[in-house]
Write a protein of this length. Structure first.
Length: 404
């Protein structure tokens, strides 16, 4: 049994280890490992270290199962091994959330992104970096554009083929892929190919892919109000110009959470999430086929932070995380407005769109009682009129903006 730690040195050291093993460690990392009574890490990392006096514990799979084991070692000198820089798509942040700040110290190594950028000669500050060990490849979709450079960490060798197939399916098969296996170690190997012509062979974990995006695939615009064609719908969708005005009124801010009530196609919630990676959203939709369609649309955009709730408002709202902003695109009733008025905390932004006379009357009454602003939006588009063209008006939209 190891002796309890009595000094002020934290009991846990998080050490970033590369494929070159101890040779790539700085003196501080070496000292932390030498002082440890227990070294815990994945089998691959443990195999890179020479035999020493410390007891070794293999980190289990899935990763979460190892956290209770680690916490049970509190009071002993423990070193946890992680890949490269533990705080860049690594285990460091996960472990730090479980501990008080004075319980741990970290010794980051060279990140896979730094090594890959050095191999490619790409400036990191203008290169997109993705850790897709447990995230879908669709996370890349909003960023796919010719000229973009991406470094993508993948869960295993099989994911390399999936990445190449995904790029080809989205119209970017001409993208150059440089597959880098076991970066920084004696097993390092590089393979260069176009996505649509990737060699049919196995790749060894750990693996990073450098992607120089090229091809004729559709590029997602950066501005709010993306084309309606990007969203599958049954016609129940906030159309592109109205969506742009609605997102402007919702005014997303970092770390905020949106309630999208009456999701339809999910276009508002998805575009909210596309504004910033720190945003969250919950969409409430009573019709199961639409809820499924929302989930499919979100998956295509890599918007996996969208929670789809099948149910009716206001009943389905009670179990949701508190919102910073609320959009009502369907199911507008006086009961819903009264429930929001009674339950939302002060400072919540509400945006509601109405197209029928009945729902317009509700918003007019709400603005008179609660305040806020009313905006009437009337749009026309040029349409054929016999051999010529004329303006065809869409149904006017009344939008209420209010802060509780």
């Amino acid at each position: 049994m190891s002796e309890a730690v009595t000094s002020e040195v934290p009991w846990l050291s998080i050490v970033g280890l590369g494929e070159d093993g101890p040779d790539g460690l700085c003196s501080a990392s070496r000292a932390a490992l030498a002082a440890a009574d227990i070294v815990m890490g994945p089998e691959r990392h443990l195999s890179l270290l020479p035999e020493a006096g410390a007891r070794r514990i293999a980190w289990p799979v899935p990763f979460a199962e190892g956290i209770p084991q680690l916490l049970a070692l509190r009071g002993q000198r423990v070193a946890v091994l992680a890949s490269g820089d533990p705080f860049w798509f690594g285990a460091g942040a996960v472990l730090a959330r479980q501990l008080e700040r004075d319980e741990w110290q970290a010794f980051p190594g060279r990140s896979s992104f730094s090594l890959a950028a050095a191999r490619m000669g790409w400036p990191l500050e203008s290169t997109e970096c993705f850790g897709l060990h447990a995230a879908p490849l669709s996370r890349l979709r909003p960023r796919l554009a010719p000229g973009r450079r991406m470094l993508v960490l993948l869960r295993d060798g099989a994911a390399v083929r999936a990445l190449a197939d995904y790029l080809a399916a989205e119209g970017f098969g001409a993208s150059g892929i440089t597959v880098m296996e076991a970066l920084g170690g004696p097993r390092e190997r590089r393979t260069e190919a176009r996505a649509e012509a990737l060699p049919k062979r196995s790749f060894t974990h750990p693996v990073c892919a450098a992607v120089a995006v090229a091809g004729e695939g559709a590029v997602l615009p950066l501005a709010s109000g993306r084309p309606d064609s990007w969203f599958e719908s049954d016609g129940q969708i906030t159309k592109r110009p109205i969506r742009a005005l609605t997102l402007s009124a919702l005014a997303p801010r970092p770390f905020e959470h949106l309630w999208d009530i009456g999701g339809g196609s999910g276009s508002i919630g998805i575009e909210w999430l596309l504004c910033d990676p720190t945003l969250d959203a919950s969409t409430v939709e009573p019709r199961p086929e639409r809820a499924a369609r929302i989930a499919a649309n979100a998956a295509r955009f890599g918007a996996d932070r969208l929670r789809v709730v099948e149910g009716s408002a206001p009943m389905a709202l009670a179990r949701l995380e508190r919102p910073d902003a609320v959009f009502i695109g369907g199911g507008l009733t006086r009961d819903l407005l009264d429930w929001l008025d009674a339950h939302l905390p002060g400072g919540t932004r509400i945006i509601a769109n109405a197209v029928t006379l009945e729902s317009e009357a509700l918003l007019t009454e709400a603005q008179a009682r609660r305040g806020g602003a009313l905006l009437r939006i009337e749009l026309s588009s040029a349409q054929p009129l016999g051999p010529k063209r004329g303006w065809k008006a869409a149904y006017p939209i009344v939008q209420w903006s209010h802060v509780t």
